[in-house]
Write a protein that binds this ligand. Structure first.
Ligand code: CP3
Length: 342
């Protein structure tokens, strides 16, 4: 067996590597023919809950493209089910919640996760992956804010009026909700680490809809506590990612995360400079660039690689999750380019 590829972990810790490690957010999914074949036999939730199938799907992009890190196949909504959130996936829409939160009572009624019985399948999947993989596997959760947005809006939203109304008007209940989510998601990440995850990522996909003032008042204290709780129990790297978050990067750094994910609209070298190079950074090609001709993808990928200062701590990724219908051939070529193969 070849030596364990620890480039990703080293880059997270801002240690020297021979080249930047590369992985893609949501790298296992519908753009892969092999994933679509497995989805014909299993629902999304089944893939998450049957450890052998989950491990098989997680391994697909590693086997196909040779990424430097894996991410356990699951979804940010999965740990909400044992907390009492009733949801389903609507084709082409995303998660829809049947019992959205409307009051403080609803928040109080949320159950705490119990890792004696809840989410054991994720643990089992990570155990299988630890043995099967030659690269580190990330565990992940949705950030409290992004989870709360689904729980309050009932599904994806454009204006986030329901959520922001709750935040501004039911402020005590809002903080209770964020506190419960932060604690439970921190514990879930620690459970994933005990089970085999060697790094963890917090996806705050929708946090960019807040201005800096609201982020500081309604979200940041909970993120700081969440990262503190993780850091007090383990030394695995913590990656913090939000989209449309260029105005929040400085604050996200104060959570104590080791790596900040940079979204595709943000200038990557400027963002790193703004962070004083005190954290590692991950990103940030536009996921839709992968629909361009290879010539353009190559130009832009080389430009990103060349524009990053020659210091340890850069992880090559997309600036948001890879999209369904992305040509697999372009993914293969891009990974090869970053890894120095032709
Ligand atoms: O590579 C991997 O292992 C990917 C695993 C993964 C999934 N969801 C599987 C999934 C991850 C890391 C997620 C995170 C996730 N889920 C986020 C944060 C990241 C982001 O992209 O912002 C969010 C916001 C969700 C919520 C969610 N789940 C949405 C919006 C959707 C619908 C997306 C769509 O395009 O239909 C889902 C469903 C979902 N989760 C799919 C997958 C592969 C859809 C595919 C399917 O039905 O098979």
């Amino acid at each position: 067996m070849t030596a364990f590829n620890d480039r990703f972990l080293k880059a997270c810790r801002q240690e020297e590597t021979d080249r930047p490690p590369v992985w893609f957010m949501r790298q296992a999914g519908r753009y892969q023919e092999k994933y679509r074949a497995i989805r014909k036999k299993h629902t999304l939730v089944e893939i998450c809950k049957i450890p052998e199938v989950c491990a098989e799907v997680t391994l697909l992009p590693i086997e196909q493209f040779g990424f430097d890190a894996a991410i356990v196949f699951s979804d940010i909504m999965i740990p909400l089910e044992p907390m009492g959130v009733d949801f389903e996936y609507k084709e082409g829409v995303g998660p829809v919640i049947n019992n959205p939160i409307k009051s403080k009572k609803d928040v109080e009624n949320l159950k705490d996760l119990d890792f004696g019985k809840d989410l054991l399948y994720t643990g089992e999947s990570l155990g299988i992956l630890r043995k099967a993989l030659n690269v580190p596997c990330l565990g992940f959760v949705g950030a409290p804010f992004t989870l709360a947005s689904y729980m309050l809006e009932g599904g994806p939203s454009k204006s986030y009026i329901k959520m922001k109304s709750f935040m501004y008007r039911e402020t005590e209940a809002w903080h209770l909700l964020m506190d419960k989510l932060a604690k439970n998601m921190a514990q879930y990440l620690l459970f994933q680490v005990e089970s085999g995850a060697m790094a963890v990522q917090i996806f705050d996909s929708w946090v960019g809809i807040l201005n800096r003032e609201d982020y500081r008042e309604f979200v940041l204290p909970h993120m700081q506590k969440m990262v503190e709780e993780i850091k007090s129990a383990t030394n695995v790297p913590v990656v913090m990612f939000g989209t449309n978050s260029s105005h929040l990067l400085q604050d996200m750094k104060t959570t104590g995360a080791d790596v900040i994910g940079i979204d595709w609209k943000t200038d990557m070298p400027s963002a790193w400079k703004e962070l004083n190079y005190e954290v590692a950074v991950q990103g940030n090609l536009d996921p839709t660039l992968l629909f361009a001709d290879w010539e353009l993808i190559e130009i832009r990928a080389k430009k990103l690689l060349d524009s990053m200062p020659d210091r340890p701590g850069f992880i090559f990724n997309l600036g948001h999750g890879i999209l369904p219908k992305t040509p697999e051939e372009n993914v293969r070529k891009l990974v090869n380019l970053v890894q120095g193969r032709s």
